[in-house]
Ligand binder design. Structure first.
Ligand code: ZN
Ligand code: ZN
Length: 382
């Protein structure tokens, strides 16, 4: 009797997606055709079987169909009765991730050239120039600094090209051709399978794909072509940068050993929290206290903004929580616009009043009552 999908992967029916993924990963490593040179045909068949099971069990809809109607149900429904196809599967994003740890550098290319007997675009591994490592730094900036943008100096310890040999790693520039690949940088192996011929191309392990060796290593860098260096870099932080803004400085990462392109430097911006201003996108929120009398009578008050103090008028009868907007005094959005400085009014109520003040406030209240009474009498037509 044929194994069901759960048995193929060796998981329980109640297995979680992580368990299914883990089980598939294990089996895929065992049955990957690359790992079974003595019997690639059987391995390929097994590999296809477990991949089909994985594809279905990881998809909620397909899994439900499968649990109800079995393998036939799933094939009619999703694969047009024609069975599982590799094309469906190769489009899944997580597949590359799954395979990347056992397909050296070539990603899906190696695998699919093997299974289809033809090369995919991604798999072409001609002498690839190596790239150095990318570096990452976090840079803290003040909110005030990003109103107009700023420049920050950072110290960076990185690998740079050896000055002595210009990064080649060679003392005299003399190179010898790699004997294993005859300078091609890649190894081809051809296998025949019935009517099709499979060509596998992989980077030469001896010269790491470069096709040659340095004859006399540079004494300064021992043939590595790189040196460690501490340097200072000036970083331009653009106006309006926010938490999570990432700046890229091309070629400011590590230099690659044995020549090739430098990696890049990525600068992650972190904007420090401000003690009085809150940020909301490109707007600045600010709370301003005013006295009860200022709120009642209106006033011109001095308030803080990112550009310093400015005068702002508040209208008579301003309510607690009322907002005033100073247009264009927020942060630039990077597209030519600028956010606002939003002032939220908080009204202070006097806590300890003396007898004179109490008297005045009571009097104020009396007049207020009179006013209201007069107003009511008027609309009643008295
Ligand atoms: Zn050198
Ligand atoms: Zn080689």
């Amino acid at each position: 009797m044929a194994e069901d999908y759960y048995q193929r992967l060796g998981v329980e029916k109640s297995a979680s997606k992580d368990e299914i993924k883990g089980a598939y990963r294990k089996k895929a490593k065992i049955y990957h055709p690359d790992k079974n040179p003595e019997d690639p045909e059987t391995a390929r068949k097994k590999f296809k079987e477990i991949s089909e099971a994985y594809e279905v069990l990881m998809d909620d809809d397909k899994k439900r169909q499968y649990d109800m109607y079995g393998e036939e149900g799933i094939k009619d429904q999703y694969f047009g009765g024609g069975g599982f196809t590799w094309n469906d599967f190769s489009h899944r994003d997580d597949v590359e991730d799954l395979f990347s740890d056992f397909i050296g550098g070539g990603g899906m290319g190696g695998l699919f050239s093997d299974l289809f007997g033809r090369r995919t675009a991604r798999g072409s591994s001609r002498r690839r120039l190596r790239k150095g490592d990318d570096l990452r730094v976090t840079l803290e900036v003040e909110l005030e600094d990003i109103k107009k943008g700023t420049e920050k100096t950072i110290r960076l310890h990185r690998k740079v090209k050896c000055k002595e040999c210009g990064g080649s790693g060679s003392k005299d520039g003399e190179r010898v051709t790699c004997p294993q690949c005859q300078g091609a940088g890649e190894i081809r192996s051809v296998t025949r399978q019935g009517f099709q011929q499979l060509i596998r191309v992989s980077a030469c392990p001896k010269c790491r794909g470069t096709g040659e060796f340095v004859k006399n290593p540079c004494p300064k860098c021992d043939g590595r072509g790189v040196q460690e260096k501490s340097e200072t870099l000036t970083i331009k932080v653009p106006p309006g940068a926010d938490n999570g803004t990432i700046l890229r400085a091309p070629t400011k990462g590590d230099a690659a050993e044995g020549g090739g392109r430098e990696g890049d430097l990525y600068i992650y911006i972190r904007v420090k929290p401000h003690k009085t201003f809150k940020r909301s996108g490109n707007h600045i929120l600010f709370e301003q206290k005013v006295s009860m009398v200022q709120a009642v009578l209106g006033d011109t008050i001095r308030i803080s903004t990112l550009e310093g103090k400015v005068d702002m008028k508040i209208k008579p009868g301003t309510q607690p929580g009322q907002e005033y907007r100073l247009r264009g005094r927020g942060l630039p959005d990077g597209r030519g616009g600028t956010g606002d400085h939003i002032v939220r009014i908080d009204v202070e109520i006097p806590k300890d009043t003396n007898s004179k003040q109490k008297e005045l406030i009571k009097e104020f209240e009396e007049i207020e009552k009179e006013k209201k009474k007069g107003w009511y009498d008027k609309i009643r037509g008295k």
